[in-house]
Every structure is written in structure tokens, then in C-alpha cells.
Design a protein around this ligand. Structure first.
Ligand code: GLA
Length: 378
């Protein structure tokens, strides 16, 4: 397949590419949507123009991604009756994101999740990070990767893709090393959204990149996610202290409200978990790029989400801190538990927990990880 980087010099909205023209099954495809990628100007941040890209596959599913924060702003997919709505929480305009919502759809880095007291050591050297969550550092600091404007390149290939690049400077938010990060999003015709993360550094640094989409498979922010059925292929999780820092223990889920090894409704035991779910699950060691690590199913809409990942963990967060104070673009308050996150990751506070899989990236090495989300309807 030829791969071309499209040059976008102008414009309100341009269809960059269409799979239908080259298709051998022209007649069948004519019935379908034209796959492609388009772009609109979306405002300004940091003195730069921000854009919103729309990836459309030939089944008409659409994912919108902004170069502000590498943010997935919507993912429109039909329910079992054919009604289309977005299965992730987000806003229609940039202003919603500039108001600093809690990481809606964002690319999170340099270190997703928490680092205790914002401190870690590499060799003899102690590094001090920006503190932004009680006494801890969370999700990359005061201005993490979710709040910067990335360089974007739409890719013309067999499926629509968007590649984002960001150079995080040595010392940014306290992290060592110039870190060059690339995140690529692609939407397949069988409704699989693949996110591929790559990075290189010139000094040893911790790195833990993730996406912070809040899913609500009902497609309606008036509904909570509590009746949805969840399976997580994890026999263990990492218990936390009152500031959500892991204690270091890897604990069995059996007999606890953290046991989602068999599909269970999210709400069935949430009251037994102080504050709601906001925990790292230790995925069982399998090839989770082939077999789903997580399956989420909504009986109401018939939508099913399968999550595939190379990461060893996933933070299952039930939108506990959402309290209705933020409204979506239709003016509807975003209440507690109306979205849930599945943040694929290395474990929180790994730089201070030698027994956890390492998050250190050394000069000359390549950080490479893939997470895929597949949506179907039954
Ligand atoms: C993550 C954290 C939560 C919370 C959200 C953002 O998921 O684990 O505790 O900080 O981000 O509100």
C-alpha cells in the first residue's frame, strides 16, 4: 500500500482520501460511506492554530481527534437500532478543553498516572516533578502532553490515520531528557481504533503514555455506566493508599470487588470500593494484542468494546470525580459515573517501586507500545 503524508495548506474541510475510488468492490462500496480524513481549524492555543481531524471508515464510523492534547473528542458509532451517537465524553469546541476538564480523551504523558510526592531517583540523582494532585504528580504535571499542541500529519494509507509528534524538552515538568514522542491513530473498516506510541530520548527518563477517553457505550451522558458489563483479564490488582499511590503489593482479586475475571456489572459492588474504582489491574500474562484484555458490553444499546494492549496494566476509573460541574456542549451536566476510563499503562509510581515492570527509557532504546479498541454491536 502506498503511504503518503498529505500536505494541508488551506481550508475549511478537505476530503483527503477516499477508499471507494480504488475499490474492487465498487458497487458494494457505493452503498457505504466514503472512508477518509478531513480537517477543520479549531481555534488557537499557545499561539498556534489547533485543528480537529475526522477519521471516517467505510462503514461510516467516525473518530474525531484534535492536535490539542492528542485528544479524541468523539467516536460516533451506531447502536443496535442504527442510532448514531458518540461513545466517548467530549466537547464540540476547543473552549471545552481549554477549561481543563479531567483529561477527557487526552493523550497523557510523559508519565500517565501518579508518582509519589513527585520524586524519583535514577542512579544517585533525585528528580523533582511538578506536583498537581495532592502531594503527588499526576498525568505528566501542570502542563502535560494533554495540554500542548502537537504537530500533525494525516497519513493516506489503506485506512485513515493521523500521526502526532511532540518534542518534550529536557526538564519539562521536571522530567529528564529531550523526549521525542509520536502517537498514531488509525481507524480500520472493522471499527478498530489503533493507537501506536513511539518515543526516543537523549537521557534516561520514566515514560508511561496512555489515552484517557471516558467511555459511555450508551452514547448518552444522561446515563451512568453502572449497569454495563465488564470483564478484565486480571487475577491481580495493585492496592493503593489514601492518595492512590500503590502500596507495592500485587493482590489477588479473588473474593474482592475487583474480581472482573467473569463479566460483572460495574455497579454491582462499587459501593464496597471507597471512592469508586480508580485502580490499576495487573493483566494476566497473555498476548493481549490477540485476545482482549478488557470487554465492556452495554445491553441497552448493544454496543460492545474490546480492548487490546501490549501494556501490563490498565487503570479502571469510574469517573468518580465527575460531579456535574462540567457541562457537555449540549449543556448537560457530566455527573459522577457517566463515563469510565480504561487507561492502558505500566503501573502507577513504577519509578519508586523496583518490583514493578520498569518504565525507564534509555538513550538508544525505543519506546513502542500499541493499544486497540474495537467496537461492535450485537
Ligand atoms: C486518572 C486518575 C484518577 C483521576 C483521573 C482524572 O484516571 O487515576 O484518579 O485523577 O485520572 O480526574
Amino acid at each position: 500500500m502506498k503511504k503518503t503524508i498529505a500536505v494541508l495548506g488551506f481550508g475549511y474541510m478537505i476530503i483527503l482520501w477516499s477508499s471507494c475510488q480504488n475499490s474492487e468492490k465498487k458497487n458494494a462500496d457505493n452503498m457505504k460511506a466514503h472512508a477518509g480524513i478531513s480537517r477543520v481549524d479549531w481555534g488557537k492555543a499557545d499561539g498556534k492554530t489547533v485543528h480537529l481531524y475526522t477519521l471516517t471508515n467505510n462503514n461510516g464510523a467516525q473518530v474525531k481527534i484534535s492536535d490539542y492534547g492528542g485528544t479524541i473528542t468523539s467516536w460516533v458509532f451506531p447502536d443496535k437500532k442504527g442510532n448514531k451517537s458518540s461513545i466517548v465524553l467530549g466537547f464540540d469546541s476547543l473552549s471545552g478543553y481549554l477549561a481543563k476538564p479531567p483529561y477527557f480523551g487526552a493523550t497523557v504523558g510523559r508519565y500517565g498516572n501518579r508518582i509519589a510526592n513527585g520524586k524519583f531517583k535514577i542512579g544517585d540523582q533525585t528528580y523533582t516533578l511538578a506536583i498537581n494532585n495532592g502531594k503527588n504528580a499526576l498525568h505528566g504535571g501542570l502542563k502535560g502532553f494533554d495540554k500542548v499542541v502537537w504537530d500533525a500529519a494525516p497519513i493516506i494509507d489503506s485506512v485513515p490515520s493521523l500521526t502526532l509528534n511532540y518534542l518534550s524538552k529536557d526538564g519539562e515538568e521536571g522530567y529528564p531528557g529531550n523526549l521525542n514522542v509520536t502517537v498514531s491513530f488509525s481507524l480500520s473498516n472493522d471499527n478498530e481504533l489503533t493507537i501506536e506510541y513511539n518515543a526516543i530520548t537523549d537521557k534516561t527518563t520514566p515514560i508511561n503514555l496512555t489515552n484517557h477517553s471516558y467511555f459511555n457505550l450508551t452514547g448518552d451522558v444522561n446515563n451512568t455506566v453502572l449497569s454495563q458489563l465488564l470483564m478484565i483479564d486480571a487475577d491481580h490488582y495493585t492496592p493503593v493508599d489514601t492518595t492512590l499511590i500503590p502500596t507495592g503489593e500485587i493482590k489477588a482479586v479473588k473474593g474482592t470487588p475487583f474480581d472482573f475475571t467473569k463479566s460483572m456489572s460495574i455497579g454491582s459492588r462499587i459501593n464496597e470500593v471507597v471512592g469508586g474504582y480508580d485502580h490499576n489491574f495487573v493483566l494476566n500474562q497473555k498476548n493481549h494484542l490477540q485476545e482482549p484484555a478488557v470487554i465492556l458490553y452495554d445491553t441497552l444499546s448493544g454496543r460492545k468494546l474490546e480492548l487490546f494492549t501490549m501494556e501490563p496494566g490498565v487503570q479502571f476509573y469510574t469517573g468518580n470525580f465527575l460531579d456535574g460541574s462540567i457541562k457537555n456542549s449540549q449543556g448537560i451536566p457530566i455527573r459522577q459515573h457517566t463515563g469510565m476510563c480504561l487507561e492502558t499503562q505500566h503501573f502507577p509510581d513504577s519509578p519508586n517501586e523496583p518490583s514493578f515492570p520498569t518504565t525507564l527509557l534509555n538513550p538508544g532504546d525505543k519506546y513502542h507500545t500499541i493499544t486497540k479498541y474495537k467496537v461492535t454491536v450485537q
